[in-house]
Design a protein around this ligand. Sequence first.
Ligand code: SF4
Length: 375
Amino acid sequence: MFQTLNTPLQTIADKVHASERLTFEDGLYLDETADLHTLGHLANIVRERKNGNFTYYNTNIHLNPTNVCVYRCRFCAFRADLKDEKAYTFDEKMIQDRTMEGRAAGATEIHVVGGLHHKKKFDWYLDVVRTIHETCPEIHVKAWTPVEISWFSFITKKPIRWVLEQMMDAGLGSMPGGGAEIFDPEIRKQLCEHKADSQVWFDVHRTAHELGLRSNATMLYGHIEEARHRIDHLLQLRALQDETGGFQTLIPLAFHPDNTELNYLQKPNGMFDLRMMAVSRLMLDNFDHIKAYWIMLGEQTAQLALSYGADDVDGTVVHELIYHDAGAKTPEGKTVEELHQLIREAGREPIERDTLYRRVIRDGATWNVGEPILA
Ligand code: SF4
């Protein structure tokens, strides 16, 4: 039983039932005031309307080609200075080996993000993508956030469009959603003053969509931001999606404080995580998918999130570093069987998708993609 709904929750519930768009004020109410279970119930209506009982996952592998980074984002535990003991940079052989490891594990996708190395030229980043693509052309390369793309534009003095076209020629298939953090300029100034601002973030995604690339989006919550910043963030994403339709998934990312400059903050708890899933699902009426990234949430919260708006758990992952440097206690990867179990225990039906949300059809060690699942 859910509580008796009163205005304004009743008004919001009526809008959800009628598939009407929610306003900034509605979002603020949901984020700050609505009781969690009613919120989850409403988000689940939208989740099942869009995706039924399906929960998607993919077979993927991560490659973070370097952790050396010119920036010092206050929330980042991954970066290293050039001469740090923990600094590393992949060479061509290591990239080939990681790609072959992905192929042996049946990966359909390799997820590539990393630091902005002080000394590497654009060709090095281009070669990361080219090497993966030439080693295993069947594996989809999802690479570089707008922070990296704008850095490449800066070091080459070329437009963003040119950078993306070069990357596409080398084998780039789509873009992940990172680097978004919180779009509000005051919050961004305190978190990551020097890196690409929100306008650049949107310019890169807009250009990518115009070039036919699909991309994801993220929101980093649970640090110094407030509800109004989160709702503003979601509405800015919704506006670009109205314009281009190029986003596939939003991944709400919980801030992990360990080993960061913000280590005095508490990590968001499970209730906060579920609230963010549900609010995201309700506000982003034009996004098909909301992802409960199990690495970041932990398995149990990810399972609950599948009834609070999320319809995707990301993938097998393998070699996750960024959240583990910041204190994540989850394993660095999961087998397909473990992911199936996680999804089935939550009462959902697991569907393997590729990066572009087409069904993956396996026959022994080989695989093919079918039609888009939500055609
Ligand atoms: S978040 Fe990215 S850009 Fe910022 S310091 Fe970490 S690796 Fe560098």
